[in-house]
Design a binder for this molecule. Structure first.
Ligand SMILES: Cc1cc2nc3c(=O)[nH]c(=O)nc-3n(C[C@H](O)[C@H](O)[C@H](O)COP(=O)(O)O)c2cc1C
Length: 117
């Protein structure tokens, strides 16, 4: 079989992956306009994990409310946002995938402020 290594376990640092399939970060716009992970977003990633990815890199996670690139982009600029992120991560782990997160600030590509407040 070609590419048989893809199905073998792998390691990135101390993180053990069940295979080498990696889902790259892709913004879904499934967050709330306030920047919280939603139930729909949890289910979206749970299903991708159930599909068998060894590693899922969650889409852009804003470090500042005004650093978002899309209007429904989730973030972790406030502790209140942590519980839903935990739910998302547990949902992925429960299906057997590992998770990396992409911390992000859009810089000059931020959404104009009037759409965020
Ligand atoms: C709808 C969509 C959303 C994306 N969102 C992100 C993102 O949040 N972060 C990122 O680094 N790349 C993002 N990308 C880029 C993808 O991760 C990238 O296309 C993927 O790694 C495949 O690489 P390639 O385009 O070089 O083939 C996005 C791509 C698409 C199509």
């Amino acid at each position: 079989m070609k590419f048989e290594k893809l199905f073998e376990p792998g390691k990135i640092g101390s993180t053990e992956l069940s295979n080498r399939f990696v889902m790259p970060p892709m913004g879904t716009n499934l967050g709330s306009s306030e920047g919280y992970v939603t139930d729909g977003m949890v289910e979206y990633y749970r299903r991708r994990a159930a599909g068998g990815f060894g590693l899922i890199i969650i889409e852009v996670c804003a470090i500042d409310k005004k650093g978002r690139a899309i209007t429904n982009q989730t973030g972790l600029w406030d502790d209140d946002q942590i519980p839903k992120y935990k739910e998302l991560i547990y949902a992925i782990h429960n299906e057997g995938s590992k998770v990396f997160i992409q911390l992000h600030h859009a810089g000059r590509q931020t959404v104009p402020v009037q759409f965020l407040d």
